[in-house]
Design a protein around this ligand. Structure first.
Ligand code: PGA
Length: 257
């Protein structure tokens, strides 16, 4: 299976031109790499322009969020999964901790997962604890997130789901944030697999990729993929620099040999 590397550009960059330049830089670096699937998630307003730059055979596009309402309607400020699909988005990040911090609940995230799956867009569902407590309560927290965000989801569509484990404390920009260590991620990835199997049954959950996010860099990318029990990475800050992101992609390409 190809390693999945997702770029979460967050609220960057400032203009369509800059977005185009980063996109082209990344496209150039991907070149002939064939063992990875790269997904760029820019602010939705840039999706159309990027889709016209060509190269969607090498790079997939994704959005960073979507409305829980699937199509069109009186929902001011919302962008639906159907609209994102028309702008060539194949993936959508849902439940990112930065959105949860603005009030998004598991109930809302659940609706977004259902909207995405039923519209044929692949949701990248973000879960992860805020604190890694010594007593291990964070495992229960993650299990609850999985169960609540996947409530009433059609199991036959789970093959299109991506699970992103992003411990909130590891995401760059936070006070004292630093990446998880791959051994701890391995333990969590195994736990997430178990939770998914309990939730949906192994037949449906077995193919769901689990990816890691939180201060991923060219220095730790290879280790997460070889020792972290995950089959991909979700990269924030370092996905905006084509040179650094290119090194992460090279590490992922090599890790599949
Ligand atoms: P980071 O962000 O790589 O900058 O830590 C990851 C994310 O929030 O998705």
């Amino acid at each position: 299976m190809k390693k999945l590397v997702v770029a979460n550009w967050k609220m960057n960059p400032y203009s369509t031109e800059e977005a185009g330049a980063i996109f082209n830089g990344i496209k150039g670096i991907i070149g002939e790499m064939s063992k990875i699937e790269v997904v760029i998630c820019p602010p939705s307003i840039y999706l159309d322009a990027l889709s016209r730059q060509g190269g969607l055979n090498k790079i997939r596009l994704g959005a960073q969020d979507a409305s829980p309402f699937e199509n069109v309607g009186p929902h001011t400020g919302e962008v639906s999964v159907q609209m994102l699909k028309k702008s060539e988005a194949e993936y959508v990040i849902v439940g990112h901790s930065e959105r949860r911090a603005m009030g998004e609940t598991d109930t809302i995230v659940n609706k977004k997962v259902i909207a995405a799956l039923s519209s044929g867009i692949k949701p990248i569902l973000c879960i992860g604890e805020e604190v890694r407590d010594a007593g291990g309560e964070f495992f229960n927290f993650v299990k609850r997130q999985i169960d609540d965000c996947l409530k009433n989801v059609d199991k036959t569509l789970l093959k299109n789901l991506v699970m992103a484990y992003e411990p909130v404390w590891a995401i760059s920009g936070g006070k004292d944030s630093s990446a998880d260590n791959p051994e701890a991620t391995f333990e969590m990835a195994e736990f997430i697999k178990k939770c998914l199997a309990e939730h949906a049954g192994e037949v449906y959950s077995g193919k769901i990729p689990i990816i890691y996010g939180g201060s991923v860099s060219s220095k730790n990318a290879g280790d997460f993929l070889s020792k972290g029990g995950v089959s991909g990475l979700l990269v924030g800050k370092n996905s905006l620099d084509p040179v650094e992101f290119g090194k992460i992609l090279e590490a992922a390409e090599k890790s599949n040999v």
